[in-house]
Ligand binder design. Structure first.
Ligand SMILES: [Zn+2]
Length: 257
């Protein structure tokens, strides 16, 4: 049986038959790989412990007719500090779910893989001791994922009248148009979130700066909650509007060229 090796992050699994499991591994060079690991739920399984969620693994697979089979796992990177912290674990669950839902199956982009690995490393390090830094890193991941998939929100000018955003101005976030709207262009759009100047400033920092910078930002809980709300609504809109639609895949593919 022909085999191959690839490096990836375990992002999902589900049980299959009595002792098997189907894993989704987000790989650096093949996109999402779905494969079965046989007997992995037996206590003495050699593969079992290595295929925990969020581990970075080097896997060996045998090509199958429908599903490939994981036959070996090497060079495992664990993230013990994420695993022992419920807040970090739940954030990482959500981020890997976003990869699963937003990245089309056959889509390959090593930058997205690197983004996820950097996020896991930062969250596992002592740069993120509290929930605030953890959330700031998670929000940065969301923003950068949107950018890499071609859904970068417009934060520098009004999406309707194109007037450059003023640091102290009143703005609203419009999911449908994918960016900020000034007060004079905002009419009747009840679903648009009103942004405080501080939130707009944070959103722009997430779009522009690296994890280290962002994790050190001083932020109050209201601004952080509003930042999370804007990004989560933006993502929800994209997932619901274009669930695995051909248009979405075409757009992402076009970007990769
Ligand atoms: Zn405007």
């Amino acid at each position: 049986m022909p085999t191959y090796r690839t490096k990836g992050i375990v992002i999902k699994y589900s049980d299959l038959r009595e002792t098997d499991r189907i894993f989704t591994v987000f790989t650096a060079n093949m996109g999402k790989v779905r494969a079965v690991a046989k007997g992995v739920r037996k206590t003495l399984s050699k593969l079992g412990g290595h295929l925990d969620l969020f581990n970075v693994v080097q896997i060996e697979l045998a090509i199958g007719r429908n599903l490939d089979t994981i036959i070996g796992v090497q060079n495992v990177t664990h993230f013990p500090n994420i695993r022992s912290n419920l807040d970090k674990t739940s954030q990482v669950y959500y981020l890997t779910e976003l990869i699963d839902q937003l990245v089309p199956d056959e889509y390959k982009d090593t930058r997205i893989f690197d983004l996820l690995v950097s996020t896991l490393k930062i969250l596992d390090s002592d740069i993120c001791p509290s929930e605030v830094e953890t959330s700031l890193v998670a929000q940065t991941f969301k923003m950068k994922l949107l950018q890499l998939l071609g859904f970068a929100p417009q934060l520098n000018q009004c999406v309707k009248c194109s007037q450059a955003a003023q640091p102290t101005g009143d703005y609203f976030f419009d999911n449908r148009l994918g960016g900020i709207k000034c007060r004079s262009c905002q009419s009747g759009g009840k679903q648009n979130i009103s942004l405080s100047p501080a939130t707009l400033k944070i959103l722009r920092a997430l779009a522009r700066e690296d994890f280290l910078y962002v994790s050190q930002i001083a932020i109050d809980s209201k601004t952080l909650a509003m930042t999370e709300e804007v990004l989560d609504n933006c993502i929800k809109f994209i997932i619901e509007k274009e669930p695995r639609s051909l248009r979405f895949i075409a757009k992402v593919k076009g970007l990769a060229k």
